[in-house]
Design a protein around this ligand. Structure first.
Ligand code: GDP
Ligand code: MG
Length: 356
């Protein structure tokens, strides 16, 4: 017998004005560096990190020839760190949106290619604007992640560097090799602007490599594996060859709902809304999930629920589809919305909601 999932539940509330849905823009691929102009040559050199050295994956690599290492992905909010992690892992393990401050946890994603296991750590962007309990927790996560890694990938938007980037850069320990990843290279239209910027970046920190690329370009991602590989020590793998993340399905469920919430609500909804999983039950291939979206104000609740519950229904439907794809079975998802004013300012509550 195969139970049919019921539609997403919505909690009754007074209808409120609906905020416009957020749309994540699809972006074109980066233009490859041209070898015939000087800047192009410079970029080509920077890009010539070699392909995935271990593309021919051999199952059963002997322990003596295994490589394994930790790579921290850090940078200010919204530069593309989570997009990068997902592309590297080959599956979504970290949620993304065009809104800053989407990532709230240290997310580990791994990928084993041939003899090498790359263990990537995605982090929240370092928060400099508000000093509330939530942001203090996020910053502890970032600082914790840069220590004891084999390699740091410092992500910036190509051609840009401001105070927020500088704050994150100041966290880099001298002893750990760091790659400067100039992301969103597809948005650079005048390549001549990049050379002086690159020079100024080299003066700020002694980066081991410079990688201009786009996280959404498959070729660039492949090249990045080759660049990172040499920094990882020869040592046995930590995870199984097929493992992609250390996070549970329950955690992923909360994150996927939060992603839909962030993507489908307008900028009026403050980032301090969060999702908690009240129930996660598995019955064969069926998952029964009950979740609560926690917001700070009554007005925010209305924005999420939308007119006649339309918005919440859409959040639920999109999250359910993605969860079904992830788990390979049916999902019955129930989402409630609750107001807990001031939760993001309250250390104890921030911890109860799963932040470190
Ligand atoms: P994070 O806050 O650093 O984790 O950033 P996200 O991964 O959530 O990405 C923020 C936004 O930048 C999203 O809308 C992504 O689609 C977009 N983005 C990420 N990488 C690229 C890229 O290489 N090119 C362009 N044009 N957009 C990108
Ligand atoms: Mg992120």
């Amino acid at each position: 017998m195969r139970p049919i999932p019921k539609p997403t539940a919505t909690q009754a509330t007074a209808p409120q004005e609906t905020a416009p849905a957020a749309v994540t823009p699809e972006t074109p691929h980066a233009a490859p560096a041209h070898p015939h102009d000087p800047i192009g040559a410079m970029l080509a050199k920077a890009l010539a990190g070699g392909g995935p050295a271990a593309a021919a994956a051999a199952p059963g690599v002997p322990e003596g020839s295994q490589r394994c290492g930790l790579i921290a992905i850090i940078g200010k909010p919204n530069v593309g760190k989570s997009t990068l992690l997902n592309a590297l892992v080959g599956q979504k393990v970290s949620i993304t949106s065009r809104k800053a401050q989407t990532t709230r946890h240290r997310i580990t994603g791994m990928r084993t290619v041939g003899p090498t296991q790359f263990v990537f750590v995605d982090t929240p962007g370092f928060q400099t604007r508000h000093g509330n309990a939530l942001n203090r927790s996020l910053n502890r996560t970032v600082v914790g992640a840069v220590n004891d890694v084999d390699l740091i990938v410092f992500v910036v938007e190509a051609g840009q560097f401001n105070q927020a980037d500088a704050t994150v850069l100041s966290l880099l320990p001298e002893k750990t090799p760091a790659i400067l990843l100039a992301n969103k290279f597809d948005l650079i239209h005048r390549r001549a602007d990049i050379a002086p910027w690159l020079k100024s970046m080299q003066e700020r920190h002694s980066f081991a490599e410079f990688v201009p690329m786009s996280a959404n370009n498959a070729k660039d991602i492949e090249r990045l594996f080759g660049i990172c590989e040499k920094y990882l020590p020869l040592q046995p793998w930590t995870y199984g060859a097929d493992e992609l993340t250390d996070r549970s399905d329950r955690f992923m469920a909360a994150e996927i709902i939060r992603e839909k919430l962030f993507r489908l609500t307008g900028d009026e909804l403050p980032y301090t809304s969060t999702v908690i999983i009240d129930r996660y039950e598995e019955e064969g291939a069926l998952r029964k999930i009950a979740a609560t979206i926690v917001v700070e104000r009554d007005g925010h609740k209305g924005m999420i629920i939308g007119e006649k519950g339309e918005k919440l229904k859409r959040i639920g439907t999109e999250a359910r589809h993605e969860l079904e794809a992830l788990t390979g079975g049916k999902v019955f998802l129930e989402i409630w919305v609750k107001v807990r004013s001031g939760w993001a300012d309250d250390e104890a509550r921030v911890r109860t909601f799963g932040y470190e």
